[in-house]
Design a protein around this ligand. Sequence first.
Ligand code: 8YV
Length: 323
Amino acid sequence: MAKPKVLVTRRWPQAVEAKMAEVFDLDLNRADKPLTVTELKAALGQYDAVLPTVTDRLPAAVFDRAGSRTRILANYGVGFAHIDTEAAKAASITVTNTPDVLSECTADIAMTLMLMVARRASEGERELREGRWTGWRPTHLIGTKVSGATLGIIGFGRIGQAMAQRAHFGFGMKILVQNRSAVPAEVLARYNAVQVPTIEDLLPECDFVSLHCPGGAANRHLINSHRLDLMRPGAFLINTARGEVVDEHALAQALWFGTIGGAGLDVFEREPQVPEALLGADNLVLLPHLGSATRETREAMGFRVLDNLTDFFDGRQPRDRVA
Ligand code: 8YV
């Protein structure tokens, strides 16, 4: 039987591409640039499987029931808000993602941001590299203590829980949780965490707030100016989820006026664009979407895509089917 024809939309770690090429009739996007909607639409007519990632927008217009050859979209990444899953379903296309394998590294980056912004690490490094450091003094670059502080986690899935594990066991933090469904008592007990009903209940109680909910239309601007006002003065907001979850302009204002103490962002609403107003803020740490960017995790994500494709083409239910 002919091997399934598969398109990888961005370049992946070499070990995964090599394995994929053994199993499938594989095409790589050698230019490694995001594909346009028109290119993606054409790909759906040519390949049995398309393996998109966060830089590929797949709105309803990409899915053309009659002309589609693609039977599965195996997304490289856990977040899949860039795919219109309803339109995929209507076109009888299965969608999978890559959960679990990136939870630890994404939580590591959230911790990195939290520590960096609270301890003013970026500001300090900039000062030193620019030759502005005049030496130690008791009042120099005074930050905020992380250990023992209260952390609010919005979205208590795998990544939210990996964050709680680090914060509770590593830093003795008190954990508050807000999640759209009830978290089992034994899961909360693991981190001595308390679930509160609403975001409004959580924000005023926290020194740090870390976002771990999905992106997409339902959570667009979940953190808006009203909710930023509810945060403690001096509190910090961390976003490793999706850029659209935070109203960036409201955040820039909150940073400028000192409504909150600072923020750490790994994701942005219109990547790779970052609003000027954010670039100018000192009490803000900015990273270019590095959550899962380790060799181990990016390989594991690729092999997880491979597992899903193998399930699918062997006639089994793919292990990470999301639509
Ligand atoms: C990836 C991510 O870097 O998995 C996700 O949802 O945000 C990151 O792990 C990227 O999105 C790959 O698609």
